[in-house]
Design a protein around this ligand. Sequence first.
Ligand code: OOG
Ligand code: MG
Length: 262
Amino acid sequence: MPLDAATIAELADHLESAQREARPVAQISIAHPGVDIDDGYAIQWAIRARKVARGARIVGMKAGVTSRAKMRQVGIDTPSYGFLADSFAALDGGEIEAGSLIHPRVEPEFAFVLKRDVEGPGCHVGAVLAAADFVMPGLEIIDSRYRDFKFDLPSVVADNSSSARFVLGGRCRPADALDLASSGLVMEKNGEAVAYGAGAAVLGHPAAAVALIANLLARRGEKLRAGDIVLTGGVTEATPVKAGDHIRLRVQDLGSVTIRFA
Ligand code: OOG
Ligand code: MG
């Protein structure tokens, strides 16, 4: 962990300001070539603390880069996590101001809601299914604060794994009532299908992404908590959107969720 505490605080301020002002910046590894993954998480947790100090509520977590399609798209093959704050939530059927974001992309995801804490190390799919209250379809709107959506792993982790907005909708179903690995989904943009996939694209089973987050959190003595929302990561590559676009995600047995960009 080569960065000192003052630099971590300074980079947290830098990245959070970029997010709040929807202003792209250079990936932090350019000015800080030695930045490592632990530094990245230290910066992410500093951003989280800044938001909490300002009154934000953390409502859950998201997994990043958990499918081959995502790995190919961003050139990173290590999954990561980020946090979800209450202010990131948008309503199903609602609208997101495209101008509040830099270069948004939308991802089709599964969302778990937990009824019990989920804790690593050694967390696995079975433990997640036992602790899950229900599953529902989710759209994640990512918006890297880095120019041209270009980053390496420490830089994207510091930037809260590009987290910007999320939308949950459709139907809530108990996770163990579905065969989530073979659950198919289609994402449509302006009425045209742009991405297809199935749950198995996410680490073999979407619950594996929840376990992965719990195991990563355990390294910091943290855990997932009862009531948390957990987005399991894009099943397919992310789709760029702009003002005027309408996105619909349909998931087998789970209904659909939509969002419009204004
Ligand atoms: C990193 C975040 C990826 C996902 O679902 O894979 C992510 C990025 O692609 O900007 O949220
Ligand atoms: Mg995502």
